[in-house]
Design a protein around this ligand. Structure first.
Ligand code: ISE
Length: 334
């Protein structure tokens, strides 16, 4: 295989964003087909990019011209589509969350184990963001000493009405759970959640403050505020024994105008993480060609969901809750 021919299921916000990155050109990758439950939406994306529309998701997965599949459809469809791609022997990049229930996620792990190879990658694109990678590299040099605290902030300007307080934890915070596991290279063992009242701008959901602890004792705090109004803002600071490493809040150009001195804040995550999405696609397709999978595995997706489960329980009970631990199956230890 000289290049990976990709089919995208779901051409909403994320599917069309991935499609536009592929259309700009990603080494060794070519978008060949799209599918969406709204045929009109699929036709519009396909028309702009000059690719085929396939009417049904199953047909896209089975299409002989499609080597690998991206699942960008609604969350509740992720698991079934990932399982179909595994059954067809095709690599699949699934937008997070991996599944909408833990038994579904476990079924995906079992299916990969049965297939004897990793075919699933979860779209935790922050693992490919240069800033987060630098934090990980810095920690791994040993120069900073042992990690003590990871402070994380995740703010959106606005969020859709359907986003409830539960979904702030189950959907938005998932990126933070995964990046904490990735940076610290260990499991999260406990969770506690405290939330201020809902804001006047979004009376149907509360901002969330999540406090996690890892197996070695690192304390991770996460503010998830999906209605911060001013823009999209993601921050992280790792505090170690001998120093700290932090993300540049927004890689920026300084602007001075009308009494302000600062920089523009993106309206949502797509511009902030465009480079990460591109790098994720490059790594995914390079991994397919070389036979060496990269990125977040189905096991990583499953463990992020275990943290979500503990946080939801912690939020409802007001207690500190243990995160269920699972031994990493051999397939994911490579
Ligand atoms: C959204 O759900 C995402 O998946 C984005 O990647 C994330 O950065 C954003 O803040 C979430 O709301």
């Amino acid at each position: 295989m000289a290049e990976v021919r990709i089919g995208i299921i779901g051409t909403g916000v994320m599917g069309s964003d991935h499609a536009s990155i592929l259309a700009e050109g990603v080494a060794n990758a070519r978008l060949v087909a799209v599918q969406d439950f709204s045929r009109e939406r699929a036709i519009s994306v396909a028309g702009q990019l000059g690719v085929r529309v396939i009417a049904e998701a199953d047909a896209l997965i089975g299409d002989p011209e499609v080597d690998a599949v991206m699942v960008c459809s609604p969350d509740e469809t992720h698991a079934a589509l990932a399982l179909k791609a595994i059954a067809a022997g095709k690599p699949v990049l699934v937008e997070k969350p991996l599944a909408s229930s833990l038994p579904e996620a476990e079924e995906i792990i079992r299916a990969e184990e049965k297939a004897g190879r990793r075919l699933v990658q979860v779209g935790f694109m922050r693992r490919f963001d240069p800033g987060y990678r630098e934090i990980k590299q810095a920690l791994n040099t040993g120069e900073f000493g042992r990690a003590l605290f990871l402070h994380c902030i995740h703010r959106n300007a606005v969020a859709p009405d359907y986003l409830t307080s539960d979904l702030v934890i189950a959907n938005s915070a998932g990126h933070e759970f995964d990046i904490a596991r990735f940076l610290l290279d260990e499991e999260i063992v406990s969770a506690y959640v405290a939330s201020p009242p809902a804001t006047r701008n979004a009376p149907n959901r509360q901002p969330q403050f999540i406090l996690l602890q890892t197996a070695s004792g690192v304390v991770v705090d996460i503010e998830v505020f999906t209605d911060a109004q001013y823009g999209y803002d993601v921050r992280a600071e790792l505090v170690c024994e001998d120093g700290t490493v932090a993300l540049d809040p927004s890689p920026h150009t300084s602007l001075r105008v009308k009494g302000n001195d600062g920089f523009r804040t993106p309206a949502d995550w797509r511009p902030r993480f465009r480079q990460a999405y591109r790098a994720q696609l490059e790594a995914w397709t390079a991994g397919i060609l070389s036979g060496t999978p990269t990125g977040a595995s189905a096991f990583d997706g499953f463990m992020a969901m275990q943290v979500t489960k503990a946080c939801l329980h912690a939020w409802k009970s007001g207690e500190r809750v243990a995160v269920a631990q699972h031994e990493k199956p051999a397939l994911y230890r490579l």
